[in-house]
Design a protein around this ligand. Sequence first.
Ligand SMILES: [Zn+2]
Length: 268
Amino acid sequence: MKQFLFIFCTAIFITACSPKPYSETNKSYKKQVKQFATNFKTYPLNDSVGLPFANQFVGTTNLSMRRPNFIVIHHTAQNSCDQTLKTFTLPRTAVSSHYVICREGTVYHMLNDLLRAHHAGVSKWGNATDLNSSSIGIEIDNNGSEPFSEMQMNSLLLLLERLKKTYSIPTANFVGHADVAPGRKVDPSRQFSWKQLADKGFGHWYDTTNVEVPNDFNALQALRNIGYNTSNTKNAIQSYKIHFTPQDTTNFLTNGDRKILFELSKKY
Ligand SMILES: [Zn+2]
């Protein structure tokens, strides 16, 4: 009875807190999650790779859900949270993210952290591809050419702290959409302060005071080591600059960049 009361109260709470226009899409979310649960419970297992190994099923006693290992940050390129929530609840857009952070700091959670959101698209960071499968996507409500609000950044930092701790996400694995999709994406924009994040342990930063770069230092190799897909050099450099030297809009590497990359490549 106690359990029933708890579920009942939680249901009332969720209904009361969900913005009204989304009661139908909330139902759709629950229906899809229920289907996943049914798939998990199905016995005998269906081997998704098409081989018949499920015929020799021996259920282990030791298992848990897979965990996210990267955080990918975006700006929405839209004008309001309402617009973004609408975009992420229309099936035809096929896009979503785990969290949306509004200008006044409100955070909307749109799917369970352990499920796959559709935010990164074709992506690569180091040897990791399909970042959607291994990351949590955070969209920040911002049109791409305005500052990020203080309240928004405070909410973001609080969320990052919790996610880093809960899923043991490595410091180096906090990246932007532009970082994992050079040439295709430029978010979050140059107005986003990655230094502010790095100061709190989300991503790395650099100090080039008294740094001497060895003559044989290969800056492009360093970009690759940090994680950038360097198959198109100009695009990789652009993404690096958006993140690490946002005031510089050129797409070639200077001596200053060589120092920064030398420092960063020791950390990533
Ligand atoms: Zn994005």
